[in-house]
Design a protein around this ligand. Structure first.
Ligand SMILES: [Zn+2]
Length: 398
């Protein structure tokens, strides 16, 4: 076949720390670099990859944000008079989740994690639509660009497929498709690393499995056609956990009331607070400024990190834990994970990667840069330089 094919693979949590000291498709993808990620989770980082913009610009950051007027959980206020054990159990939460999902009509990633049912009516979910479709974000994404530019693409994600299914189907599609782009989102490595980052053997087996799967995609594509390019990139890395911190217990000693004085959201690596009066703001700020587990982020730094939001929907006060410190238990769960992400982007284990079969501009050093690299590759953007294949270093060389 002489139609070119570009294979774009987003591997969730494939950190630079995981690939830097091992062979991971080195022979196929000789252009390799780390990318600084954003402060936040995949819910903010993937829209950043897809749009080339920072969270404060594309609007997607953490999973939930304050919006009592439009909350898809408004109706759960009726449950407030019920005794807590009746609504705060696994079965009730599952029923509530499926009802809320149906009623909201949201088609994106839908999870309540462990956010207290009593707090849900204050919150709306960030991801209302499938972000891997055109129109998935409130700003143009890669998929809008493909559509607008007449670039035919096929996209395989966790919407309907496991990673094993994607890596099974992709080589076949790579051989026969007449699409210009094959986009794969592999989400399973993230979970493996959350549980097993401390176990090098397990990490090796898992990463080997992804490497072998992607190699099959490459080989099937290059057997069938002459012009194939591949870009493997990620949203963030994974930081090994060394300590936990029960921040909620500490905050509960301050004598402030929830939700009268403030409303908290305890994510895995950060605590977000919405404060309703000066006293709550002062007491919480003084307490957090002195807390040894992390830092109360200043508005200037949040601005610099591209996660400042004028309307305060994601937080009024943001406390970020030190790398390696897990907020546990949190509203994401009580599991003491082996690894977590969502720390300060300056933490080396937070770094994402960009691995490419062709040379990429050395200036690309942040996950915001991936968007333009891919658009240029797909012929949708004028690049600064032509992409030449780079010679492959002999395996085992210095
Ligand atoms: Zn994760």
């Amino acid at each position: 076949m002489d139609t070119p094919l570009s294979i774009y693979v987003l591997v969730d949590a494939l950190g630079w720390e995981v690939v830097r000291n091992r062979r991971f498709l080195d022979d196929i993808l000789p252009d390799r670099r780390w990318l600084t990620t954003i402060l936040g989770y995949s819910s903010g980082a993937i829209p950043t990859l897809l749009s080339g913009r920072m969270p404060s610009q594309h609007g997607h950051w953490n999973l939930i944000y304050l919006d009592p007027e439009r909350s898809p959980f408004r109706w759960t206020r009726a449950l407030a008079p019920l005794p807590r054990p009746l609504v705060e159990n696994r079965v009730a939460r599952r029923v509530l989740k499926s009802a809320a999902r149906r009623l909201s009509g949201y088609s994106g990633y839908f999870s309540l994690y462990d956010y207290p049912v009593a707090h849900l009516p204050y919150f709306d979910l960030t991801e209302k639509r499938d972000i891997y479709q055109p129109g998935g974000l409130d700003c143009p994404s890669l998929f809008d660009a493909f559509c607008g530019g007449g670039v035919r693409y096929e996209c395989y994600t966790y919407h309907g497929h496991t990673d094993a299914q994607i890596l099974e189907a992709a080589p076949q599609r790579a051989a026969v498709t007449d699409a210009r782009v094959l986009f794969l989102y592999l989400s399973g490595l993230d979970a493996e690393l959350h549980w097993h980052i401390h176990d090098p053997e397990h990490v090796k087996r898992t990463v080997d499995w992804y490497e072998a799967g992607l190699r099959r995609v490459w080989e099937a594509a290059t057997r069938a056609r002459s012009d194939v390019r591949m870009f493997v990139f990620s949203d963030h890395g994974m930081t090994p956990i060394r300590w936990t911190c029960d921040l909620r217990r500490d905050v509960a000693t301050l004598g402030l009331s929830v939700p009268g004085d403030y409303l908290p959201a305890y994510d895995s690596t950060m605590a977000r607070f919405w404060v309703w009066n000066d006293r709550a703001r002062r007491v919480l700020s003084e307490f957090l400024a002195e807390h040894p587990c992390g830092q109360l982020m200043t508005p200037a730094e949040l601005q610099r990190l591209g996660v400042a939001f004028e309307d305060g929907r994601y937080y009024h006060l943001l406390f970020l834990l030190k790398p390696g410190m897990l907020l546990c238990p949190s509203d994401m769960g009580a599991v003491r994970f082996a690894g977590m992400h969502g720390y300060h982007p300056s933490e080396p284990t937070a770094d994402a990667v960009l691995l490419a079969s062709v040379a990429v501009d050395r200036g690309v050093d942040h996950i915001t840069g991936v968007h333009d690299v891919l658009l240029e590759d797909a012929g949708l953007r004028q690049g600064a330089r032509r992409q030449d294949p780079i010679p492959v270093a002999p395996v085992g060389g210095a």
